[in-house]
Design a protein around this ligand. Structure first.
Ligand SMILES: [Zn+2]
Length: 461
């Protein structure tokens, strides 16, 4: 059944459409806190009907009434991906929950079987409002602005679970608007860029890796008339040099959003380039070894999803991202939490013997030396192999034609090794290997060390 035929759902949807997008501009911090408190109380009460939470909270001897608001959040234990995996599927929703009619958001990760979390239609509506809010910030009207969306429409993707399944049929009209062009990014890139160029979108949106393919093609003479007013990226780590390349090639600004399959939209960049958390949808914590850290310092990002029913997420550690909270507040007028930078996933970090975790953002700075010293984008791909805590191999694949332009590879390897050695210490063995071609499925990081025993002391960003 189309949920919009249900009057209560329709009412909630309309209410959400008129009140959600502007909430963070309308509310003061105090009002927002009240709103979060109320959402949390409702959420905890609901979580008590979900076996995985009920067991955890009973064991910790916490009653729902004790949680009066965000200030009490820390009384609750964390929930990990493994906790949810253990109780999945029946124990991660209330017994009365209709799983047939719900959406499954599949979360990956590098180890273990995928975990499927349940989302109800209301979660979808809230996620859509988050996207509409983001577009509004950039002066985009989702009903009028011409936009091309390059999506991953494979079965297990975020977009498929959110927008393309039967349950979300009520969202389909959004995608059939004349001003919106939706593509599967798995199409041949040269054909894809032609189709997008013909459509002449004002907004181009997609994963950073896909926009990057477009930028490389543009650099080589394709898509000459493809000049969107702005580009939105989401769903992947966007490092600063990659961003600069995209902005220079398209001669426009990139706005990145922080989104996860489990939670939907988390944060979006404002015009000042700071990430603002959708603080009415998500409550974030920035932690190190389960303790709060000072803003400005990198920490683990733990979230509570304040909206929707299905599988609740309260103090969920499963995102595994290292993030730095903004320390000196943005003045753009959006209330709620702010993020200075996102450094990548924990499972993509190098571990050092002294307890330091080297994030992806640091490694991207190292790789940017290739571009800085050669003035061409000649690195096709890279991969890190951590053989031991003190032995790290970096594999690089160069573009065949550009390999010898500018600084020669051997010299680049020396420069990068020296920079890493300086940071990691002299006792760490670091070496580079050149690869002819990577397998398409090659992971960014292959770790041969026992990560479960690692105690993290700090992050190298
Ligand atoms: Zn701002």
């Amino acid at each position: 059944m189309n949920p919009l035929l249900d009057p209560i759902f329709l009412y909630k949807t309309l209410k959400s459409y008129f009140s959600d997008p502007d909430r963070l501009r309308r509310m003061t911090n105090q009002e927002l806190k009240k709103y979060q408190d109320k959402s949390l109380r409702k959420l905890v009460k609901y979580a008590y009907t979900v076996p995985v939470y009920k067991d955890k909270y009973s064991k910790a001897n916490i009653k729902p009434d004790e949680i009066k608001g965000i200030d009490d959040l820390k009384k609750l234990p964390f929930i990990t991906k493994d906790d949810l995996r253990k109780y999945s599927p029946d124990g991660i929703v209330p017994p009365s929950f209709n799983k047939e009619n719900a959406l499954g958001a599949r979360t990956g990760g590098t180890t273990g079987k995928p975990l499927i979390l349940f989302l109800d239609s209301y979660s979808l509506i809230k996620s859509m409002m988050g996207l509409i809010r983001t577009m509004k910030e950039y002066g985009i009207d989702w009903r009028k602005t011409k936009m091309s969306l390059l999506l991953d429409l494979s079965e297990s993707s975020f977009e498929s679970s959110y927008f393309m399944s039967g349950v979300s049929s009520f969202i389909k009209p959004f995608f059939s608007q004349k001003n919106i062009q939706v593509f599967n990014q798995l199409e041949t890139p040269t054909e894809l860029i032609k189709k997008v160029e013909d459509f002449q979108p004002e907004l181009l949106a997609g994963y950073p890796s896909m926009i990057n393919i477009f930028a490389i093609l543009k650099d080589r003479g394709y898509g000459k008339k493809l000049n969107p007013r702005l580009i939105m990226t989401a769903g992947q780590f966007l490092e600063s040099n990659g961003r600069r390349f995209l902005e220079e090639t398209f001669e426009t600004k990139i706005y990145d959003s922080y989104i996860s399959t489990e939670t939907g939209p988390i944060a979006f960049e404002c015009k000042n380039g700071h990430y603002h958390v959708h603080s009415d949808l998500i409550y974030p914590e920035f932690l190190k070894n389960e303790e709060d850290i000072t803003p400005g310092e990198p920490g683990e990002f733990v979230i509570t999803k304040l909206h929707g029913f299905g599988t609740p997420l309260i103090r969920y550690t499963g995102l595994g991202d290292i993030v730095t909270e903004l320390d000196n507040g943005c003045n753009c007028g959006i209330t709620g939490s702010q993020i200075k930078s996102i450094h990548g996933r924990k499972y993509n970090s190098i571990l050092l013997p002294d307890g330091r975790m080297v994030t992806r953002s640091f490694m991207e700075k190292i790789f940017s030396e290739i571009f800085l010293k050669s003035k061409v984008n000649k690195q096709n791909r890279s991969q890190i192999i951590q053989h031991r805590l003190d032995k790290i191999e970096i594999k690089i694949e160069f573009d065949k034609k550009l390999r010898n332009v500018g600084c020669p590879p051997e010299e680049l390897f020396d420069i990068m090794t020296e920079k890493m050695q300086e940071k990691f210490g002299p006792d760490i063995e670091i070496f580079f290997t050149e690869v002819d071609k990577f397998d398409d499925m090659a992971l960014y990081l292959v770790s041969k060390v026992d990560r479960s025993k690692f105690i993290e002391k700090s992050y190298v960003i």
